[in-house]
Design a protein around this ligand. Structure first.
Ligand code: ADP
Ligand code: ZN
Ligand code: MG
Length: 481
């Protein structure tokens, strides 16, 4: 490659606090009715005073600690002045030179991506553009907004996407935001430049990225576009471009020359923030196990394949349910038996249970299967008490009614028939009704045997142990001349 792509990210995240950043209005990003979560403070009426939301500050510090940042002992809020119809005060309360967190990093594919800062600000209202007029909804105005800025350490579209995805996962583990990109709870802006010499190239900022896929596509497009510009001997101009999803291109929005002066100055209505070390340690103690630690532990503790580990790390609730199920297996099992149970449990959770859940969560209120019952279910399969076909029915029943598996098996008479006398009786019945198949088998048609086994399974409603059926059927057919 002639030019080295250089990429830095700026990511805004709406925090999931109960109330807004500087007033007690509900923070409800799902509210559909416009302008009801509003008050004189978040509408910027004169004479009102903001009050800092402590929970929001804690959530930013938590995120900073999880990203290996330094938490500043002294921090403050600043006014960023600009005019726009979605900003009722005429300024945004943000942080300028003393952010809550700075100088962290996140490992992506074992490479350190440095984080320049993580700060706290407030969200703006939402503009809805109609044909020849625009509407303003201030429900979102004043929602706590966290901003993360990376150093330009990312080298490809894939790597940048991975960073954003891992960051989203961390936010969810920390329970600081649901960080849904489609809902605008997490907004990624990318800065892209090409480096030809030792000096960094001119960067272009891209906005309007509503999915991880858009992040990746926009960067790849921009790398190609800038390569063409440089190959023609021209210069890349510093500008903001917007991603056009349907055309798959970035389009110029404004050139940096007209970048405004925000006239930052310390917010006079809010006190500066001061944290003692113990306060920061207390917040740090609330940080749960994070995705990267969990990957290592799942691999070591349960000896799962990388793909399975990743599935459980991404689907956090299901991963946690899996651990509860494993803890319900009989104690003092042989390592072989335990490993067999873990494999079976993994398969049933990832395929069958996922299918039944249809996107719902195992931590939801209407999920009825206790880890204890699931563990028993898996043990019954492992011990050959039910076939895999019956297992499906049992699991469906468990899912619907929440009963324990042995009850369901008893009630519905589902347990696997292993009684050879009973199976032989059924086989004789089937043979008497399927003389043609018997003849075919005698002529050497292997399919006929499969057909007869199938008939026995039909008559027993799938409850006969297939190995025993095969064995006895072979014996009975041998005796027929
Ligand atoms: P500014 O002061 O222009 O906003 P910053 O240094 O704060 O610039 O960086 C803003 C974002 O742009 C950061 O994510 C940073 O990593 C990224 N960035 C800075 N320089 C470059 C560059 N040459 N190429 C790509 N991204 C860059
Ligand atoms: Zn309000
Ligand atoms: Mg900002």
């Amino acid at each position: 490659m002639k030019y080295q792509p250089v990429i830095g990210l700026e990511i805004h995240v709406e925090l999931n606090t109960k109330s807004k950043m500087f007033c007690s209005c509900p923070n409800d990003p799902d509210e559909k009715h416009p302008n009801i979560n509003v008050c004189p403070i978040c509408l910027g009426h004169p004479g009102t005073l903001p009050v800092i939301n402590k929970e929001a500050v804690k959530k930013v510090i938590k995120t900073g600690l999880a990203l290996n940042c330094q938490i500043l002992e002294y921090s403050k809020f600043d006014r960023k002045s600009y005019f726009y119809p979605d900003l009722p005060k005429g300024y945004q309360i943000s942080q300028y030179d003393m952010p809550l967190c700075k100088d962290g990093f996140l490992l992506i594919n074992r490479k350190k991506i440095r984080i320049k800062r993580v700060h706290l600000e407030e969200d703006t209202g939402r503009l809805i553009h109609e044909k020849d007029y625009s509407l303003v909804d201030f429900n979102r105005a004043g929602i706590p907004l966290m901003e993360l800025v990376t150093k330009p350490d990312l080298k490809s579209a894939k790597e940048a996407r991975k960073f954003a995805e891992e960051f989203q996962l961390i936010l969810r583990y920390l329970n600081v935001s649901n960080a849904d990109m489609e809902k605008g709870q997490m907004r990624v802006e990318v800065n892209v430049s090409l480096q030809a010499t030792r000096k960094l190239g001119t960067k272009v900022e891209i906005k309007n990225l509503n999915s991880f896929r858009a992040v990746e596509r926009a960067i790849d497009y921009e790398i190609e576009r800038q390569t063409r510009v440089l190959d023609l001997g021209k210069k890349v101009i510093q500008e903001t471009r917007g991603w056009d999803e349907s055309r798959g291109v970035t389009l110029s929005q404004r050139e940096k020359e007209e970048a405004h002066d925000y006239r930052y100055f310390p917010e006079p209505d809010l006190p500066p923030l001061h944290f003692r070390k113990e306060e920061i340690d207390e917040i740090g103690a609330e940080i749960p196990e994070l995705p990267q630690q969990r990957r290592k532990r799942f691999k070591k503790e349960y000896k799962l394949k990388d793909l399975t580990v990743e599935f459980f790390v991404q689907n956090k609730d299901l991963g946690e349910y899996f651990e509860k199920v494993v803890s319900e297996f009989e104690p003092r099992l042989s390592p072989e038996k335990l490993s067999k149970l873990i494999k079976l449990a993994t398969n049933y959770l990832i395929t069958d249970l996922q299918g039944l859940l249809k996107g719902a969560s195992v931590s939801g209120e209407d999920f009825l299967i206790t880890p204890e019952n699931f563990a028993e279910f898996i043990t019954l399969i492992a011990d050959g008490k039910i076939s895999s076909k019956i297992a499906k029915t049992v699991l469906e029943e468990m899912f619907k009614a929440g009963a324990d598996p042995s009850h369901i098996i008893e009630e519905k008479e589902l347990s696997l028939v292993t009684d050879e006398v009973e199976i032989e009786k059924t086989i004789k019945e089937v043979i008497s009704k399927n003389q043609k198949a018997v003849l075919d088998f005698k002529k050497g048609k292997e399919n006929a045997l499969q057909f007869l086994i199938g008939q026995v399974m039909v008559v027993t409603k799938g409850r006969a142990n297939p190995q025993i059926v095969r064995k006895i059927l072979g014996r009975v057919l041998d005796k027929i001349s």
